[in-house]
Write a new protein. Structure first.
Length: 172
């Protein structure tokens, strides 16, 4: 979940939050507010690169119950929380997680709603970096070799580039 998205300022970084979420194992993205540009970018990425990312659902303002209940636990990534290595094993045991990253100043209520406020380092850095590190630790690196069925594939190689398209192979 991307908290506090400001369409006029945050298009690029929020798009990157969505791309990282998708590539590192998230099934969907929640966004406060609506931004057709981001929705279109993430739909395009999923259609070209494959996988089952459900794209964006808009989180309705003032609907806190969207975060609570249903057995879902909330992880808020912040530099003011518990250190990631100290809580990741406990978090990994949950069946359903909502991971929140902020854009603008995060409302104080978020710190109370979260089951875990997790610090991915205690220095200022990007929410994109925090999300990538968190998801990598959560999934123990398995997301780095996940097969996104139905889309373009990059063949790992030391030199050169090879892209496998759904219908054929092209070397560059």
């Amino acid at each position: 979940m991307r908290l506090g998205h400001r369409p006029e300022r945050d298009k690029r970084i929020t798009t990157h939050v969505g791309l990282v979420a998708r590539a590192f194992g998230a099934s969907e993205m929640l966004l406060t507010g609506r931004d057709a540009h981001i929705e279109e970018s993430l739909k395009d990425a999923a259609s070209r690169w494959g996988g089952s990312f459900a794209s964006i659902r808009r989180l309705l303002e003032g609907r806190g119950h969207s975060l609570e209940g249903g057995g879902r636990k909330v992880v808020h990534l912040t530099m003011y929380g518990s250190n990631l290595p100290d809580v990741i094993d406990e978090i990994r045991g949950c069946q359903s997680l909502l991971v929140a990253v902020g854009a603008e100043k995060v409302p104080a209520e978020m710190y109370q709603l979260a089951d875990w406020n997790v610090a991915v380092g205690n220095q200022p850095h990007s929410e994109v970096a925090a999300l990538a590190v968190f998801l990598d630790r959560l999934f123990l690196g398995r997301e780095l070799v996940e097969d996104f069925a139905g889309g373009l594939k990059i063949v790992p190689m030391q030199h050169g580039k090879q892209v496998i398209y759904p219908e054929h192979t092209e070397k560059i």
